[in-house]
Design a binder for this molecule. Structure first.
Ligand SMILES: CC(C)(COP(=O)(O)OP(=O)(O)OC[C@H]1O[C@@H](n2cnc3c(N)ncnc32)[C@H](O[C@H]2O[C@H](COP(=O)(O)OP(=O)(O)OP(=O)(O)O)[C@@H](O)[C@H]2O)[C@@H]1O)[C@@H](O)C(=O)NCCC(=O)NCCS
Ligand SMILES: Nc1ncnc2[nH]cnc12
Length: 324
């Protein structure tokens, strides 16, 4: 019986994954799952909202996450079995990624829920796998730097050096506005994650806030700085300037860690839906933020997993634990 058409024939990764590959892949997958189930999020899909989308809800993301999960474990294994310079790992990782790009679109009947997330999380898993060959300690800073080493030269190859008709959204936006988008982010080693997403997440967790509040807080910090081509594709540079300014306003009110900040997130969400704007790239960076945190720390603090919902989510009674 042949493989499904969405998968290449040649086995690219070791048949058996070891404990480290399972652990790294699981951390990256957790980032995808926790991102989509956090709520509220400006313009984005949550368990309670379709955000600015008419063609996807939380179930669509469950379908695509299930379809691309194997890629994350395979990328971790590729990293662990790689011998040589990090940049030599990229072709094998992209080949597995392209297979699962097709699997994602097959699972969602063509809806692009997580193509960017697949790219980001796959590279995170490959980088962590690569580093784990030398040590069990996987500080986020080292893993993210390794992503930059694996993708060294990507922007020159796929954006600056490309001639002829642009084929993808990223290429079109680069030609039109000079933005590097997701490729610039990964080649620089995820600076938005290292400098903004992780500090915001860790500040919230260290203060004893629940996981959902910490995730929303980190997302807003990321929207304020990310060069999100998903936003730009739909609304141009003006839309990107709008979401960044709104996110900075929310952070000035304390982000998701204060009642005023949470109210501002809800207003931000309504404004994004009214403009049909969706910061999907920033959501991908939240997935990477969570994955990088778990690759380093393996679990969240117990206080984080008690309360889950924010004030005002009347669909769920206020749970014990997150009393803020
Ligand atoms: C390398 C690619 C992923 C580049 O793809 P492409 O050039 O086609 O498009 P880009 O705009 O450059 O980026 C693609 C997606 O990356 C996300 N993204 C954008 N900016 C950033 C950023 N600064 N940091 C991180 N991630 C970023 C974003 O993905 C999310 O949004 C998508 C949903 O968008 P949405 O508008 O809601 O839905 P659409 O259907 O697209 O539009 P509508 O019709 O609804 O209006 C979703 O993908 C989210 O994840 C960008 O969209 C790719 O070319 C590639 O090579 N992929 C193969 C996989 C691979 O190589 N993997 C390797 C490791 S496994
Ligand atoms: N929750 C989400 N909603 C819309 N687009 C996304 N891209 C990645 N995560 C997303």
């Amino acid at each position: 019986m042949g493989c499904s058409p969405a998968f290449s024939e040649t086995p690219l990764v070791p048949a058996l994954l070891d404990a480290a590959a399972w652990r790294v892949g699981s951390a990256a997958l957790t980032g995808l799952l926790l991102e989509v189930c956090s709520h509220p999020k400006p313009g984005l899909v949550t368990p309670l909202s379709m955000g600015s989308h008419a063609d996807m809800d939380v179930r669509t993301f469950m379908l695509s996450s299930a379809a691309i999960a194997p890629c994350l474990f395979q990328c971790a294994a590729l990293g662990r079995s790689h011998r040589g310079a990090p940049a030599d790992l990229l072709p094998a990782v992209r080949a597995v990624g392209r297979d699962h790009d097709a699997a994602l679109l097959a699972a969602t009947n063509g809806v692009n829920t997580q193509r960017g997330a697949l790219f980001c999380a796959g590279l995170l898993a490959a980088a962590a796998g690569c580093l784990s060959r030398e040590t069990d300690a996987l500080p986020a800073e080292n893993v993210l730097r390794t992503v930059g080493e694996i993708t060294e030269g990507l922007c020159d190859r796929e954006l600056r050096g490309r001639t002829g008709e642009p084929r993808t959204a990223g290429e079109i936006l680069f030609r039109r506005h000079g933005v590097l988008g997701i490729r610039g982010e990964v080649e620089a080693g995820f600076p938005s994650v290292l400098d903004c997403g992780l500090p915001a997440l860790r500040t919230a967790l260290a203060a004893g806030h629940g996981l959902n509040r910490a995730l929303v807080h980190a997302l807003v910090a990321l929207i304020a700085v990310a060069e999100d081509t998903t936003v730009m594709w739909r609304g141009g540079p003006e839309a990107l300037a709008f979401v960044r300014a709104e996110a900075r306003h929310v952070m000035d009110l304390g982000g998701a860690l204060t009642p005023e900040g949470v109210d501002a997130v809800r207003r931000f969400d309504a404004a994004c839906v009214a403009r049909r704007v969706s910061p999907g790239g920033s959501a991908d960076l939240l997935s990477v933020t969570v994955g990088a945190h778990l690759v380093e720390h393996r679990v969240f603090p117990e206080t984080a997993t008690r309360g889950f919902c924010l004030d005002g989510d009347r669909h769920h009674p206020k749970p014990d634990g997150d009393r803020r």
